[in-house]
Design a protein around this ligand. Structure first.
Ligand SMILES: NC(=O)c1ccc[n+]([C@@H]2O[C@H](COP(=O)([O-])OP(=O)(O)OC[C@H]3O[C@@H](n4cnc5c(N)ncnc54)[C@H](O)[C@@H]3O)[C@@H](O)[C@H]2O)c1
Length: 431
C-alpha cells in the first residue's frame, strides 16, 4: 500500500462529503458513493448540499481537481472503504440498519489486505456485533482485512478546520489494523492520532457527546433553580467558570442535532440500570421545550389565539442543520396548546415545518418573539423597528442572546431563560 490510495467513501453527508474531499485534495483517488441519487446529481452539478462555505469550497475544489469522482455503485477496486452512513435512534433505540446495509454492501468487494473503516458514530460493540458478522455472512474472513473504527468528532460550523486539526482516536480490530488506518489519516490531518481497540474507540466518541449532554442538563437545572432564586444563571455560571476546574456549559431551550441528543441513548441502551445519570440528563434536556412553552403561557394564555414568531429553526447557531431541532418540538407543543406559529431562519433551508420567507413575514401581527437560536444574523435585530410589526411587544429569549435592556427600552416585556426575574417564582426562605 503506497501513500496514495484508492479510497471509497460510503455515504456523502455532512461527514462523508468533506472527508472524501479532504482525502482527494491530499492526493488519494477517491470515489464518493451514496445511495441518494438526487444528492449525487446535485454534486455532479457542482452544488453540494452542505451549505457551510468552507465545506462547499473544499468539495468543489476536490471535484474540479479530478481526484474526487462520484458513483452510484460501489467500486470494486478500492484499497480502503470508509463508512459514513447515518446512525439515528428510533424511539430512543439505536437504528444500525444503515451500518448493517453499508457493511453488507461492501463485504463482497473486500479483498485480502483491504482496509475497512467505520466513521459513523456507533454504540459500543457494533464493530464486533454488526460489521464483522456482515463480512462473515458474505464469506469474507475478517482476519484478512484491516478493520478499524475512526469516529468523526468535528463540530458543524467548523468542519473543515476540525477535520484537519482535531486529534483522532482510531480503534483497530486486531494488532496493526489501527496503524493501517493511521497511515491514511496522517496524510491529511495534523492532529494527534491515538490508537486503541475498536470498542474503546466506539465508547470514547459516545462518551464525549454524553458528557456534553449531561453538562448541558446541569446548566439547564441551574437555570431553572436560579429563576426561583432570583439569580441570573448566566452570570452565576460565568463566575463559577472562572474557577480553574469548573467548565459548565450554557442553558438553553433543548439540545438538538443528531449527535448529542442521540448518542447518550447508545449508552443507556447498553445497560439501563447503570446509566441513571445519563438518562436523567436526557430527560431534563428533553423537557426544556416544555419549560419554554410554560413561560410563554405565563404571558399569553393557551388557546387565546396568540401568534408566536420563532426565530431560529436550526439546532444551533450559524448552522443550517435542523435535525432534532428544539424548535421543531417547541412548535409541536405550541400547536397542541392552540397557539399559531411562524418560524424564520436565515441560515437553515430544510425544515420539517414551514419557514417564513422573511423576518417581516414571521413577525407581522405576532404576540411574542421567541428567540431559539443565537445566529449571528439575529444579533443586530433592532427592537425599535420590530416593535411596530407586532401585536404585542414580548420577547422570550431562550439563549440569553439579545440585549435585554435594549429590548426593554423599546417597550418589550423580556423573559430570558435562566435570567434574573424581577418576580422570582418562589422566594426561598430559611425555615
Ligand atoms: N454531522 C455531524 O456533525 C457529525 C459529527 C460527528 C459524527 N457524525 C456521525 O457521522 C455519521 C454520518 O453522519 P452525517 O451527518 O454525515 O449523516 P448524513 O445523514 O448527513 O449523511 C449520511 C449519508 O449516507 C447516505 N447513506 C445511507 N445509507 C447508505 C448506504 N448504505 N451506502 C451509502 N450511502 C448511504 C445517505 O444517503 C446520506 O447522504 C453518523 O453516524 C453521525 O452520527 C456526524
Amino acid at each position: 500500500m503506497g501513500s496514495r490510495m484508492k479510497v471509497c467513501v460510503q455515504g456523502l453527508g455532512y461527514i462523508g462529503l468533506p472527508t472524501a474531499a479532504m482525502m482527494a485534495l491530499a492526493g488519494h483517488e477517491v470515489v464518493g458513493y451514496d445511495v441518494d441519487a438526487r444528492l449525487l446529481q446535485s454534486l455532479e452539478n457542482g452544488a453540494p448540499h452542505v451549505k457551510e462555505e468552507p465545506v462547499r469550497a473544499l468539495v468543489v475544489g476536490a471535484l474540479n481537481g479530478g481526484h474526487l469522482t462520484l458513483s452510484d455503485t460501489l467500486p470494486a477496486d478500492a484499497e480502503a472503504y470508509i463508512v459514513c452512513v447515518p446512525t439515528p435512534t428510533i424511539d430512543h433505540k439505536p437504528d444500525l440498519s444503515f451500518v448493517q446495509a453499508a457493511s453488507s454492501a461492501v463485504a463482497p468487494l473486500l479483498r485480502a489486505g483491504d482496509l475497512l473503516i467505520v466513521e459513523s458514530t456507533v454504540p459500543p460493540g457494533t464493530m464486533d456485533r454488526v460489521v464483522v458478522p456482515a463480512l462473515l455472512a458474505a464469506g469474507v474472513d475478517p482476519d484478512t482485512i484491516a478493520i478499524a473504527h475512526c469516529p468523526e468528532r468535528v463540530i458543524p460550523g467548523a468542519i473543515v478546520k476540525e477535520l484537519r486539526e482535531n486529534s483522532r482516536v482510531i480503534g483497530g480490530r486486531k494488532p496493526g489494523d489501527a496503524e493501517r488506518a493511521r497511515t491514511l489519516y496522517a496524510t491529511f490531518t495534523s492532529g494527534a492520532i491515538f490508537t486503541t481497540d475498536t470498542v474503546t474507540a466506539e465508547l470514547v466518541k459516545v462518551i464525549e457527546n454524553t458528557y456534553r449532554d449531561v453538562n448541558i442538563a446541569f446548566a439547564n437545572e441551574l437555570a431553572l433553580l436560579s429563576e426561583e432564586l432570583g439569580v441570573d444563571a448566566h452570570e452565576a455560571i460565568a463566575l463559577a467558570n472562572n474557577h480553574p476546574r469548573v467548565n459548565i456549559l450554557s442553558p438553553g431551550p433543548g439540545v438538538g442535532g443528531h449527535c448529542i441528543p442521540v448518542d447518550p441513548h447508545f449508552l443507556s441502551n447498553a445497560n439501563p440500570f447503570v446509566t441513571e445519570l445519563i438518562q436523567t440528563a436526557r430527560r431534563i434536556n428533553e423537557r426544556m421545550p416544555h419549560v419554554v412553552v410554560r413561560r410563554i403561557g405565563e404571558y399569553l394564555a393557551p388557546r387565546s389565539g396568540a401568534r408566536i414568531a420563532i426565530l431560529g429553526a436550526a439546532y444551533k447557531a450559524n448552522v443550517d442543520d435542523t435535525r432534532e431541532s428544539p424548535t421543531e418540538r417547541l412548535e409541536e407543543l405550541l400547536h397542541e396548546r392552540g397557539y399559531t406559529t411562524t418560524v424564520f431562519d436565515p441560515v437553515a433551508e430544510r425544515y420539517r415545518g414551514m419557514l417564513s420567507a422573511s423576518l417581516e413575514d414571521a413577525l407581522r401581527d405576532a404576540d411574542a418573539v421567541v428567540l431559539m437560536v443565537g445566529h449571528d444574523a439575529f444579533a443586530e435585530l433592532d427592537p425599535a423597528a420590530i416593535g411596530p410589526l407586532l401585536r404585542r411587544r414580548l420577547l422570550i429569549d431562550t439563549r440569553a442572546f439579545l440585549p435585554a435592556e435594549r429590548w426593554a427600552a423599546a417597550g418589550f416585556d423580556v423573559y430570558t431563560l435562566g435570567g434574573k426575574r424581577r418576580d422570582p417564582l418562589h422566594f426561598v426562605t430559611a425555615s
